[in-house]
Write a protein that binds this ligand. Structure first.
Ligand SMILES: Cc1cc2nc3c(=O)[nH]c(=O)nc-3n(C[C@H](O)[C@H](O)[C@H](O)COP(=O)(O)OP(=O)(O)OC[C@H]3O[C@@H](n4cnc5c(N)ncnc54)[C@H](O)[C@@H]3O)c2cc1C
Length: 384
């Protein structure tokens, strides 16, 4: 270990890893600390799969970031010779009165993203294994798909290490004092000195900075199910079913086709109960399973009695409305905070790393929506 680094990035999830990558590319010395390691089972980036899609209603900022990020992910996968992207297509399901989905095609068109508008009849014809009597509009992004999240983040970590970034398995303690931070202490009693510190600690940010973030980042527990289709059935394979988001449903269910042999993945995007990312039990609740079964009976009847072959419990790290937090810490001159992925951050890793490194390295202007000042203490989700 060196005596001091240009940058210390705390947190090796997708936000920290992509930020470290861009900082290292500038020639700077970088150390990355993670309490449990890149893509670990407690982190939000440690899930098997994450959807990457460009559609964000009329929200141009996140549409542009997703559009920017996908080719960068793909370039990275091509360079390392391991493809962690599957082009499944992503289908939004809504009714025509839903302005979020109905304004999507115009924005995607402006950005040059291919999309198809489907009627309920076309959706029923193309995907007979799904039943959506409550929708009248579908917007399909055929070129979007699914990232193998944990594998991608771990590959990024390996690539960073090969490019000279140091990794340390260590839990950073909350920094004390104010002004210019010289070093951080770890739980094991070590000290890491750096010119600038970037805390990309996902759902742990409120624990590290309770005075600033306890009421501005809300970690919620999210149950995820993988179901086993009947033997010999290809109905839920890639090519037969896209990833889909049932946007008109109050619980906002979403599902992914069988990628990498894990089965049909389904979860509810509605925020679950508040949770602690270190200690929450990672077993799905019986209520949650019952709720899922009721949904399947109505919308995916052939899987209503399918065996649950795997479950995961992860957490969202929500800001008040879903906008990311990427800003300086108000009490330290050389400390940055990056988080608030709010259930949709994974895809944006490359764009976020590019954005944050440009603020840190050359003082590029900041987007107001990412500022700490914009983060309210109530919850009113607006980004989907
Ligand atoms: C069930 C679920 C489904 C999702 N689906 C999608 C999707 O389809 N598409 C999408 O784009 N996004 C999705 N997301 C959101 C996305 O996964 C997150 O926004 C993103 O992974 C957040 O990354 P992060 O780097 O901020 O946090 P994390 O991945 O949680 O990383 C934070 C890291 O910080 C480390 N850390 C914490 N405290 C310390 C400390 N004191 N010292 C050292 N290290 C520390 C942790 O160990 C962890 O590795 C989903 C999230 C969940 C939970």
């Amino acid at each position: 270990m060196k005596t001091s680094y240009d940058f210390a990035v705390i947190g090796a999830g997708v936000f920290g890893a992509w930020t470290a990558r861009y900082l290292r590319q500038s020639g700077a010395s970088v150390i990355v600390l993670d309490a449990y390691g890149p893509g670990n089972g407690r982190s939000s980036s440690g899930g098997e799969t994450r959807i990457i899609r460009t559609g964000y209603g009329g929200d141009e900022l996140y549409s542009r970031w997703a559009h920017r990020s996908l080719p960068i992910w793909r370039e990275f996968f091509a360079r390392i010779g391991r493809d962690f992207f599957t082009q499944t297509g992503v289908l939004w399901l809504a009714d025509r009165a839903d302005s979020h989905v109905s304004q999507m095609p115009a924005l995607l068109g402006r950005l040059g993203v291919r999309c198809e508008t489907l009627s309920a009849a076309e959706i029923g014809y193309r995907y007979p294994q799904l039943i959506f009597s409550d929708i009248s509009l579908g917007v399909l992004e055929p070129e979007s798909g699914v990232l193998l999240a944990r594998s991608a983040v771990q590959a990024l970590g390996k690539d960073l290490a090969e490019s000279g970034v140091e990794f340390l398995t260590a839990a950073a303690l909350p920094p004390r004092g104010g002004g210019r931070l010289a070093e951080i202490k770890t739980l094991a009693g070590d000290a890491v000195a750096a010119g600038t510190f970037i805390f990309a600690c996902g759902a742990w940010l409120p624990k590290l900075f309770p005075d600033v973030l306890a009421e501005r980042i809300f970690p919620t527990r999210q149950d995820v199910f993988f179901l086993g289709p009947p033997p010999g059935s290809a109905a839920f394979h890639v090519g037969k079913m896209p990833a889909w988001l049932h946007h008109t449903h109050p619980d906002r269910p979403y599902a992914l086709p069988d990628v990498d042999g894990r089965g049909f993945k389904i979860a509810f995007d509605r925020h679950g109960p508040e949770c602690d990312p270190d200690h929450q039990a990672r077993l799905v609740s019986a209520d949650s399973l019952q709720h899922l079964k009721a949904y399947l009976k109505q919308h995916v009847p052939s899987l209503a009695e399918a065996p649950v072959i795997e479950t995961r419990v992860c957490q969202y790290e929500n800001t008040w409305n879903g906008d990311f937090l990427i800003d300086r810490h108000p009490g330290f001159d050389n400390v940055w905070l990056a988080g608030g992925g709010s259930g949709h951050g994974f895809k944006h890793g490359p764009a976020l790393g590019e954005y944050l490194s440009a603020r840190v390295l050359i003082g590029a202007p900041q987007e107001a929506r990412f500022s700490l000042a914009s983060k309210q203490t109530r919850q009113l989700r607006a980004v989907y």
